[in-house]
Design a protein around this ligand. Sequence first.
Ligand SMILES: Cc1cc2nc3c(=O)[nH]c(=O)nc-3n(C[C@H](O)[C@H](O)[C@H](O)COP(=O)(O)OP(=O)(O)OC[C@H]3O[C@@H](n4cnc5c(N)ncnc54)[C@H](O)[C@@H]3O)c2cc1C
Length: 408
Amino acid sequence: MARSAETGSGVSFGTADETELILESLDEFVEQEVEPLADELGETLTNPRLGHEPDGRLTDEVLEAKDEVRRKSAEAGFYAMNMPEAVGGEDVSAVTWYRANKRLATKDVPLASDVLAGPEGPKPLLAQAEGQQVERYLEPAMRGEKTTAFGQTEPGVGSDSPNMETRAEKDGDEWELNGTKQWITNAPYADFIQVFARTTPQEEAGRHGGITCFIVEEDEYEIGTLNNAVGATGVQAEVHLDDVRLPADRVLGSVDNAFYDAMSFLGLGRVEIGATAVGHAEGLLDKATEYANEREAFGEHIGRYQAVSHKIARGRANAMAADTVGLKCAWLLDQGDPAIAESSILKWFATNAFWEIADDVVQLHGANGLAEENLFMDRLHRARIQRIVEGTDEIQLNTIAKQYGVET
Ligand SMILES: Cc1cc2nc3c(=O)[nH]c(=O)nc-3n(C[C@H](O)[C@H](O)[C@H](O)COP(=O)(O)OP(=O)(O)OC[C@H]3O[C@@H](n4cnc5c(N)ncnc54)[C@H](O)[C@@H]3O)c2cc1C
């Protein structure tokens, strides 16, 4: 798909016709393919006590529904449309990808989050696949037939990931991996995981060098305890790698370079998080506006009380500011700029705006805000999670300070 006018050199906040068409088609896809499935499963998808096995694992019924949405979305050309055409994507711009992620997040349809590739799907890191990796991993992931995961975090390190303890040692033509990962999204269900391991000591390769990404298949690692987060139950797990022997062609990208590769794709991940945060925030504000205009207390619509209307006004202002940063950030990526400062600003600002808005919208709905059957607490939990994953608030602020010259 050709790059649209909205990614050109001038400033434009209009949506290009091509992007508008994609957004409308996404709306139709959700209405025709996702909503009926979500309706069929009903509360199973929204009630935290349903849809899970006793240990938190998602039930087969839920997994099958997610699988169906993913495959259908891939067939329709949406799922990984941001990936290069050469690997089966549509090569849509980061701006279009941002808008599409945002559009889906505004919807109150539980399975809508499965329409576009998330952590279980193909990302630019996997687009480095070569030789048999293309047919065995990348292509089935693009078609939504296989899912993956990204294994970096460990029990001893999260933010400080270059200090990872997982090691891979060369033994003849093979590699031997040892270590434990945790909080790995989609690990319990993945067909293969992209595991980061240290292959050359920091003293030789430098702090960010010496790390390699390996493709490890599901029968080669053990899943340990599920890392159930409030708001994301049954999705993350520990991964044990004990004397895992891998052929040389399981190295994804080049040996010792994985950390640099991953850093070069960070911007896009943050654009996705920012888009989701803004989309959810706008969806919540729409619901809050409706409620403020209809709920009465002390003989007035509650929207007439400024303590209520200002929550919505402040939320709108923050959501619009976050959206503007999101568009700028995506636009910079489309110009080939890594947008290091901007993507950290987006990740930090949009997720904090989402968090504050979600909290205000819970408050504005009173007890209804807390009710399990409403989505408000679910969104509040999601917002909280987004301030921690893929670089915490503090790590983003460190990056921003450094990018603007503070000697950290
Ligand atoms: C729902 C969920 C899904 C996840 N999915 C994945 C996944 O798919 N793959 C994966 O690899 N990981 C995943 N993670 C892990 C996530 O990336 C880490 O939790 C995150 O990077 C933070 O690491 P940590 O939890 O070890 O916290 P720590 O790094 O131990 O940090 C603890 C606290 O110290 C602060 N801190 C640390 N260093 C500094 C510093 N230099 N300056 C200021 N403050 C600092 C942090 O901001 C934080 O507040 C997931 C986590 C969650 C909750």
